[in-house]
Ligand binder design. Structure first.
Ligand code: SF4
Ligand code: FES
Length: 292
C-alpha cells in the first residue's frame, strides 16, 4: 500500500515539474523577445558610438603643390562605428573633408599589401588595424625610410627591385616533358615553406629594418624570405638552389642581418622572417664546408 502511495507521489511530482516548464511555444516566444532586446540594446550602443569621433593626425606632403610642399600634420575627426579600421577612417576623411588626401589601397582585406603605413609608431596595414585598438590621436604617417611621393604614399621602386633581384620564380633543373604535368610537393616540404609563401609585398619589414635603412644594397628581410621560399622548395632545381644560397652568402645578403627581430615584429602575415634569415645563414655555412 505504502509502495503504491510512493509511486503515485513520484508521478505527481513529475507532472508538477513538467507543468512548471514553459510550453514550447511560450519558450520560443521568450527566446525571440530576448533576441529582440539584445538587438535593440546593440543598436542603441551603435547609435551612441556613432556620435563618437576618432581623432586622426595625418601626415601631409605634396611636392607639386607649393602650399603643401612643407610637410605638416592635418587633424580630422571621423565618426566612429564598430569595426572602423584606420583605412576606413582615412577614406572617410578623404571623402568628407579633403579630397586631396592620398593613401594607396586596394583589397581592404590584408591581401594586396598596398596600404602599409606607420600608425602610432609602428608599421601596419591600415585595413587590418582597428581604430578601437589604438590610442588617440591616431597618428598616421608614411612608411619610414622610404621616399615620400605624396601624403601617405611612398616610392616602392627600391623595394620591388630588391624582391626582383632574388628571381622570385621557380628554376627547375629541367622542364618536364609535355604540358600540364603536375609538379608534386610533399606535405612536409609544404609545411616547411608555408609561412614564407604568405608574403604580400607590403614593405613593412623593410621599412622597420635599421640595417636596410643604412645600406641601400642590403636585400632586406622580404627579399631574403623570398629567396628562402624557393631555396627550400624541393621542386626547385639543384643548380638554382645552390645559386640562391651563394647569392645570399654575400656582404649585402644574409650576413647583414643583426637579428634585431624588427621585421618579424611588424610583419602583418606573421612570417618568422628572422628565423628564415638565420636558416639561410646556416645553409650558407653548410654549403661552404669542405672536408679534405
Ligand atoms: S615579409 Fe611580411 S612585412 Fe615583409 S613584405 Fe612580406 S608581408 Fe610585408
Ligand atoms: S588594402 Fe590591400 S592590404 Fe590593405
Amino acid at each position: 500500500m505504502s509502495e503504491q502511495r510512493t509511486e503515485r507521489a513520484a508521478v505527481d511530482e513529475e507532472v508538477e515539474d513538467r507543468s512548471a516548464e514553459p510550453a514550447p511555444q511560450q519558450r520560443r516566444i521568450s527566446e525571440k523577445q530576448a533576441r529582440r532586446r539584445e538587438r535593440e540594446s546593440q543598436e542603441r550602443a551603435d547609435e551612441a558610438a556613432a556620435e563618437e569621433t576618432v581623432h586622426l593626425k595625418v601626415f601631409r606632403y605634396d611636392p607639386d603643390v607649393p602650399e603643401k610642399a612643407e610637410p605638416r600634420f592635418d587633424h580630422f575627426h571621423v565618426p566612429y562605428k564598430r569595426g572602423l579600421t584606420v583605412l576606413d577612417a582615412l577614406i572617410y576623411a578623404r571623402d568628407h573633408f579633403d579630397s586631396s588626401l592620398t593613401v594607396r589601397h586596394s583589397c581592404r582585406q590584408a591581401i594586396c599589401g598596398s596600404d602599409a603605413v606607420f600608425i602610432n609608431g609602428r608599421q601596419r596595414l591600415a585595413c587590418q588595424t582597428q581604430v578601437a585598438d589604438l590610442d588617440e590621436p591616431v597618428m598616421v604617417e608614411p612608411l619610414p625610410h622610404q621616399e615620400v611621393v605624396k601624403d601617405l604614399v611612398v616610392d616602392m621602386e627600391h623595394f620591388y627591385d630588391q624582391m626582383k633581384a632574388v628571381d622570385p620564380f621557380f628554376s627547375p633543373d629541367e622542364i618536364p616533358d609535355g604540358e600540364l604535368v603536375e609538379q608534386r610537393q610533399s606535405r612536409a616540404n609544404r609545411e616547411e615553406i608555408k609561412m614564407a609563401t604568405r608574403c604580400i609585398w607590403c614593405g613593412a619589414c623593410m621599412s622597420s629594418c635599421n640595417i636596410a635603412a643604412g645600406d641601400n644594397e642590403y636585400l632586406g628581410p622580404a627579399a631574403i624570405n623570398m629567396a628562402y621560399r624557393f631555396a627550400m622548395d624541393e621542386r626547385e632545381g639543384v643548380a638554382a638552389t645552390e645559386q640562391r644560397i651563394d647569392d645570399m652568402d654575400q656582404t649585402h645578403g644574409v650576413w647583414r642581418c643583426q637579428t634585431q627581430f624588427s621585421c618579424t615584429n611588424v610583419c602583418p602575415k606573421d612570417i618568422p622572417l628572422t628565423e628564415h634569415i638565420q636558416n639561410l645563414k646556416r645553409e650558407a655555412v653548410k654549403h661552404n664546408l669542405r672536408f679534405w
